[in-house]
Ligand binder design. Structure first.
Ligand code: 2M8
Length: 443
């Protein structure tokens, strides 16, 4: 057992700031010191939320760097590569994005995306700037005005290219796009991916974790690279990718973030006189909120992904089933979900080290307590759930998530993910978005 270390808020704050400082590459923050030596899209959003607590201008720089890598289509890529060419696989060369017409000149990025948490991060930056006043406020307001059209283009790209039929759900083409890489959510779709010839590769992630069985195995990586290869073969052209790729899933959690973020961006648009665009964003928010709600399984109360190629819903019991709590909406649905989340299959499961939702329910056969996205607790997700609870006027749930998270993070390790029963930090230590979550929880 990992005892709850008794540390003061000041110690936790200082340690979290130090982690962000160590990961600071100047104009971007590496997601983790060794395992992830580049900028990841949704990590950057959470990192900006944490940075806004210590330096509004540095938080602005983080999002500005990410937005500078935006493709001409509007897509924000999931990795913006730093100059570290050797630390991570697959790197820029293996991605093959140099041939993509939409990649901006001078940018090295991957060719897929991640959930759009960015407008929520921008909201935090603007709020911190206004609280602080002076130069911080000026920097935040200036960035809001300067970047609004970029975020709008990102949301429009998602709403059109990734939901062409207007069902209110975002289609993803790789498990990496969900951010829940090897979650049991994707076992069905990946079981149907039969890789052709994949160029030989040497992984690097396995060099940076204490126990490689926590990470996806080589067979899983072969499929991940096969999908990258399929996309590279058509130069990452949006329409062509949809035709050729072997993984097409409507991701309910991604869609929920799209709904929540679109609503936030609409408010920000109103604040700078962009009423027309705010109206467009509100329609997007409503569409994705309805799309998410439409997937809820009455038998389990959880929202479900949809495997487009197999034509079937995915019924695994993962934390993504709580997507409606992120998208917001129908009070009765949200009340039922809050009860489920705090009940015996999730936060109330017996003997959890801290009452926080594991990534897969421990009551499920698919649960693996130490394996990456198959069971461990992910601190940044709890921050997102807490943010949504505060938005929806639920101080009880917010307070429970906050207090358990602060106890969990008092180990000062800032683990990438945590073993639910022992509280052990796993994966990378000094993970940037975990440190950012600690800073934001402290306020
Ligand atoms: C993990 O994903 C990357 C691939 O994108 C990897 O395993 O190499 C996921 O946890 C993802 O959600 C996260 O954004 C990324 C960086 O922290 O690592």
């Amino acid at each position: 057992m990992n005892p709850v270390t008794s540390v003061s808020k000041e110690q936790l704050r200082a340690a979290a700031i130090e982690v962000l400082r160590l990961n600071d590459l100047g104009t971007m923050t590496s997601a983790a010191p060794n395992l992830y030596p580049h900028m990841w899209s949704w990590d950057a959003a959470f990192v900006a939320i944490g940075l806004a607590r210590t330096s509004v201008p540095r938080a602005v720089t983080e999002l500005r760097t990410l937005l500078n890598a935006q493709w001409s289509t509007g897509m924000i890529p999931h990795i913006v590569f730093s100059d570290n060419d050797t630390g991570y696989f697959p790197g820029f060369d293996r991605w093959g994005t140099a041939n993509a017409a939409a990649l901006p000149a001078g940018v090295k990025s991957s060719g897929i995306c991640q959930p759009p948490v960015h407008a929520i991060a921008l909201r935090h930056i603007v709020d911190r700037g206004r609280e602080n006043g002076g130069a911080d406020q000026a920097a935040a307001e200036e960035f809001l005005a300067e970047s609004f059209d970029g975020w709008l283009a990102w949301h429009r790209w998602l709403a059109t290219v990734r939901d062409p039929d207007g069902v209110g759900l975002i289609e993803i083409h790789h498990g990496w796009e969900s951010g829940f890489d090897n979650s049991p959510r994707w076992d069905g779709p990946y079981a149907r991916v039969v890789p052709g010839a994949v160029a030989p590769f040497t992984r690097r992630d396995t060099l940076h974790v204490a126990d490689i069985s926590e990470r996806p195995d080589d067979a899983e990586y072969t499929k991940y690279l096969w999908l990258v290869q399929q996309m590279a073969d058509v130069a990452f052209d949006d329409d062509a990718v949809r035709q050729v790729v072997d993984f097409r899933v409507r991701d309910v959690f991604f869609s929920a973030i799209m709904a929540a973020s679109s609503a936030v961006l609409a408010d920000l648009g109103d604040e700078i006189g962009r009423d027309k665009e705010a109206g467009e964003l509100r329609l997007m928010a409503a569409r994705f909120q309805a799309g998410v709600a439409s997937t809820v399984d009455p038998a389990t109360g959880l929202a479900r992904d949809y495997d487009v190629l197999a034509g079937q819903s995915i019924g695994t019991e993962t934390v993504s089933g709580f997507a409606p709590l992120v998208s917001g909406g129908d009070p009765a649905l949200l009340a039922a979900q809050r009860e489920l989340l705090q009940g015996p299959r999730w936060m109330g499961f017996p003997d959890l080290r801290f009452p926080l939702p594991p990534s897969t329910s421990p009551a499920s056969d698919a649960f693996r307590p130490r394996t990456y996205w198959r069971g461990p607790v992910w601190p940044f997700l709890n921050l997102l759930l807490g943010w949504a609870a505060a938005r929806d006027g639920e101080p009880g749930l917010y307070g429970r998530l906050r207090s358990a998270s602060l106890q969990q993070l008092a180990d000062l390790q800032f683990g990438e993910y945590y073993e639910p029963f022992t509280g052990e930090p796993l994966g990378s230590l000094a993970q940037a978005w975990t440190a950012a979550a600690a800073l934001e929880w402290m306020g």
